[in-house]
Design a protein around this ligand. Structure first.
Ligand code: SF4
Length: 220
């Protein structure tokens, strides 16, 4: 397991990567999308939510999580004292699959570099994967969300907290004696706990022997 985030597949800064993504032709979804849905919130924050793919409203507005699921996510954020200025929200793929079908593997593969660039830029303290697709992307295993959730995973120095997609909670249902909504709330409480612990941790002293990063040297 890598200790730090892999470097961005792009040499360009994130705003240039975004500009490239906004006209991306790399998979079939470019033919049917209205807008590329890049991100919302704060890509310089400590907390990253990763969903699956844009839906109807997201495609129309070019903003992730603006429908009912987005409103629920905002409510859950507010319950732990946060809002979209304190978190970034992205999807595994940036264009809407027609009819809200599942993303196909070749679409995920084509879009992968954009999410990798967002991860490399943010290096978030906490990554919350919403649903199966984001969880499998980050954990790199074919695990279902019902099995994956309720635990924390350490990846690239970040804490990964898989949970249900808010749309699943809106559909209702329960598993193992707990409702999907309550499970989502439990997982959000874990997010707050990890963020609070990180905020309380002492800031490490810079190592004087450590050379400047390549980024700082402007080599990339
Ligand atoms: S889904 Fe990703 S790879 Fe496909 S066209 Fe949209 S931005 Fe490009």
């Amino acid at each position: 397991m890598a200790e730090t985030f892999p470097p961005s597949p792009f040499a360009a800064p994130i705003e240039q990567v975004k500009a490239e993504a906004l006209t991306c032709p790399k998979c079939r979804l470019a033919q049917t999308r209205t807008n590329v849905v890049w991100a919302d919130g704060n890509l310089d924050s400590e907390l990253l939510f990763i969903g699956e793919a844009p839906g109807h409203h997201e495609d129309k507005q070019g903003i992730p999580f603006v429908g009912a699921a987005g409103q629920l996510l905002d409510k859950l954020l507010a319950e732990i004292g946060l809002d979209r200025t304190k978190a970034a929200i992205v999807n595994v793929i940036k264009c809407r699959p027609p009819g809200n079908r599942d993303p196909q593997q070749d679409e995920i593969d084509a879009c992968r570099p954009y999410l990798e660039a967002q991860l490399a830029h943010m290096k978030p303290t906490v990554i919350v994967t919403l649903g199966n697709f984001a969880t499998r992307f980050i954990l790199e295993q074919q695990i279902g969300i019902t099995r994956a959730r309720g635990r924390k995973y350490q990846i690239w120095g970040a804490t990964v907290i898989p949970t249900f997609h808010p749309a699943a909670a809106l559909r209702g249902g329960s598993f193992g004696g707990i409702s999907t909504m309550d499970a989502l709330r439990q997982d959000m409480a874990m997010v707050k706990e990890v963020l609070d612990e990180a905020a309380a941790a002492p800031i490490p002293e810079p190592d004087p022997a450590e050379p400047e990063s390549f980024d700082q040297l402007g080599l990339f």
